[in-house]
Design a protein around this ligand. Sequence first.
Ligand code: NAD
Length: 361
Amino acid sequence: TTSPQSLLVTGGAGFIGANFVHFWLAKYPQTHLVVLDALTYAGNRASLSKWQSVANFHFVKGDIRDQSLVESILLEHSIDTLVHFAAESHVDRSIPSPDAFIETNIIGTFSLLKAAKSVWLDRSTAHGLPLKKHRFHHVSTDEVYGSLAADEPAFTEQSTYAPNSPYAASKAASDHLVRAYQQTYGLQVSTSNCSNCYGPFQYPEKLIPLVITNILRNKPIPIFGDGQQIRDWLYVEDHIRAIELILKGRETGQRHNIGGENEWKNIDLVRYICNKMNHLFRVKPELAKAFPQALAAINNESEKLISHVHDRAGHDRRYAVSIDKSKQDFGYAPTETFDTGIQRTIEWYLENQSWWQPLLS
Ligand code: NAD
């Protein structure tokens, strides 16, 4: 196995990207690591402030569609590995406003591929440099497979792509482009299709941080339709460990599903979090003082905050992925249980109000 020497992380100021940077620099402090992020509403420099003064960490504010900027970063920092997180990631936003999803997820990924090909293949051939030592890892979603019925087996890497939302369609398109760049030009690519992630630094529009921060602010918890939609939940660090395993593997040109083997109906998930919060406030009454506005949680009544709202268009009923191939190819298995993952996540939001409060006001 080989380890990246010089990494470019796109979207590193977003949720999963920031967790990746923290994980990577803590475990591999020698790695030269550059973050490229446009700092959209979902990007937050504060998520990376810990590394600000570390010499081998660099932050570049810029757009992945800027091919010449990306080429100059690849050259200047002798990047050998690119991990591509940057995206428009919120399905609900892709319904009224799909344009940004097409721009960033499709055109942006295409532009990155062109930059990588130009620097890693075309120019290095001209300079006689080895071609083998580069990697383009693309982070994608299980939503490219579409929706499952309750009794159907989970999606495998062989399942047909059938994206239902503009978000899922834009990710599916980018997956195909990434594949084509290996097939056509020999760019060394890998792709992971993961299920719903949760954990620290997630923008509070996404379900789990939305529920936590709404309980803390005593605000209604919106549930789409009947709340019977099923999602598989993956603790963000498990996802990152899987990417680490993929990057260390030599084989490229593959896609791997990364899941948590942890399916929940939305309504049950929300109830689980409500109970967990109520419990926390009971066993740690000092928290009640820190969050005096969390009245429902303090009074063991969080469930009263649940409010059913009109279901979103094209809402998939169930997503679930089989992780057999990832188990077989590189020994991947989720290590976090839902109970420990949720506990860690709730505690992070309790301790980092200064991170999420400004995003909500
Ligand atoms: P996020 O929305 O939290 O972060 C996205 C980041 O990309 C932000 O920092 C944003 O500023 C940046 N960005 C957006 N457009 C850009 C552009 N044009 N140029 C440069 N930077 C840009 O997303 P996330 O939840 O961390 O997701 C990361 C990746 O993982 C995405 O590709 C997403 O599709 C995929 N994914 C996420 C989940 C999940 O549960 N969050 C599940 C499956 C797949």
